[in-house]
Write a protein that binds this ligand. Structure first.
Ligand SMILES: NC(=O)C1=CN([C@@H]2O[C@H](COP(=O)(O)OP(=O)(O)OC[C@H]3O[C@@H](n4cnc5c(N)ncnc54)[C@H](O)[C@@H]3O)[C@@H](O)[C@H]2O)[C@@H](O)CC1
Ligand SMILES: Nc1ncnc2c1ncn2[C@@H]1O[C@H](COP(=O)(O)OP(=O)(O)OP(=O)(O)O)[C@@H](O)[C@H]1O
Ligand SMILES: [Mg+2]
Length: 393
């Protein structure tokens, strides 16, 4: 009896291995990961899964069990590598300039020129074709001198350069100038290095409203979060809006929207409540683990990055999220499968952006240790993406 049973088990194991290696299995596994929450793999705290787990049968079972119990409350790690692989478009010789993405950053003022540069150049380094910056006149020459790759529009104005009588005319001129370009962008990032000048923020409010009317996905970061926290109607009920708050920006949002303090013990429920209260937008709460929610599910990326907390990493992230969420939108639009179609591209963009920044930060730290700065991390964005998604594939 034992021999036939052993042979049968062997046969089943062999079939299991064959099945695990088959494209049909990988397809089924991928679809399971798209169940709520998307691309779930391992319980919170775990690192990112490697590609090998994508084809292991234990990975399949784990993914299945986690997806089934996802509504219970705990936060699960996204299979961020699978997301990056899935949404990154192949390098297709038939494509023309612009088809891999056109991004704009609205930011850059007298004080801050680094932040908009970091966001815009990161978008290019990841694979966008064109990256624009709309900033103040003072900031423009500086930003241009960092990189000839960026298209820089010196159109924003701060209060000190505008008299009371000129405000209305200048404000509408700024909007007309940005509006001329808006339809061309796949995503805009509002806030890196924007500053907090009241006139400038009023003009940027108009730009946000315009982007919304034109259905342009909008990542709000840095001083853009200061702006929308004081005027939530700018993003309310905009499913194409992504907020990427750091610890202080998140605290201010929670205080304003939920009228309470940040509660670490109830972090995922609080994040869901925050998204729902602002009307189903996507929020990535940055920290040791990046927590991502659209008000329906919460997932996290906690792949180890770097112990250096130098300023500018959030700016890289906002540029990366802009590119990946527009890629995710295109991917989902061109995908026939109903389960895949129902995934939220904004969530996928956050997951992919978070992983890529963390991988690049890790490689930069390995090389530069304590002297790691943001430009070092940007240098590794390409290698990080190459390791997940080789260019010649
Ligand atoms: N090189 C550059 O040009 C950079 C410019 N940046 C820009 O600088 C602007 C301001 O962003 P920040 O992130 O500095 O924001 P904040 O101006 O809110 O915070 C400045 C610092 O103050 C402290 N802080 C703020 N709120 C606090 C609180 N409630 N309790 C305790 N400490 C608190 C924190 O250390 C924080 O990093 C943004 O436009 C941002 O994009 C940053 O992105 C960093 C790099
Ligand atoms: N304690 C931490 N441990 C590990 N990674 C972290 C930690 N805090 C933040 N990060 C990572 O660094 C990235 C930037 O987050 P951070 O909170 O520094 O943003 P920020 O303050 O907006 O940055 P910036 O200086 O660009 O404005 C996030 O993606 C997050 O993954
Ligand atoms: Mg920031």
């Amino acid at each position: 009896m034992s021999r036939p049973m052993g042979a049968w088990r062997h046969h089943q194991e062999h079939r299991g291995r064959m099945w695990a290696a088959s494209p049909a299995f990988r397809r089924q596994l991928f679809l399971l990961r798209l169940l709520s929450p998307p691309f779930v793999l391992v319980p919170g705290g775990g690192g990112c899964s490697s590609s090998s787990s994508s084809s292991s049968s234990s990975g399949y079972l784990r993914a299945h069990a986690m997806a089934a119990s996802a509504s219970a409350g705990p936060v699960y790690e996204a299979d961020a590598e699978a997301v990056v692989r899935r949404i990154t478009p192949p390098l297709d010789p038939a494509q023309h300039k612009g088809q891999a993405g056109k991004i704009a950053v609205i930011g850059g003022c007298r004080e801050y020129t680094g932040a908009p540069y970091f966001a815009a150049i990161s978008a290019l380094k990841i694979g966008a074709d064109l990256s624009h910056v709309f900033c103040t006149r003072d900031a423009a020459t500086v930003i241009k001198s960092y990189s000839p790759e960026l298209i820089v529009h010196p159109i924003l104005e701060e209060s000190y350069s505008v008299s009371d009588g000129e405000r209305e005319t200048i404000s509408s001129k700024i909007l007309i100038e940005v509006a001329k370009w808006m339809e061309r962008f796949d995503c805009i990032v509002v806030g890196p290095g924007l500053g907090r000048d009241s006139f400038l923020l009023d003009c940027v409010s108009n730009i946000i409203r315009h982007a919304r009317k034109a259905n342009i996905p909008t990542v709000v970061d840095g001083d853009g979060l200061f702006l929308i926290t004081n005027n939530l109607s700018l993003v309310e009920h905009n499913s194409l809006a992504i907020l990427t708050p750091n610890v202080y920006e998140y605290k201010r949002l929670v205080q304003k929207v939920l009228n309470c303090e940040v509660n670490e013990e109830n972090a995922s429920e609080q994040l869901i409540a925050l998204c729902q209260n602002i009307g189903g937008i996507t929020i990535m709460r940055k920290g040791k683990a990046d927590l991502i929610s659209d008000g329906k599910t919460v997932t996290q990326v906690s792949t180890f990055g770097s112990p250096r907390r130098c300023g500018g990493q959030g700016d890289i992230l906002s540029g990366s999220v802009a590119v990946f969420s527009s890629w995710a939108q295109h991917f989902l639009l061109s995908n026939e499968h109903p389960t895949e179609k129902s995934a939220n591209p904004m969530m996928l963009g956050c997951i992919a952006g978070s992983l890529l920044l963390r991988k690049a930060a890790s490689l930069a730290f390995e090389k530069n240790k304590r002297s790691t700065v943001t430009t070092d991390i940007i240098e590794f964005l390409g290698k990080s993406l190459e390791e997940i998604c080789p260019a010649d594939h």
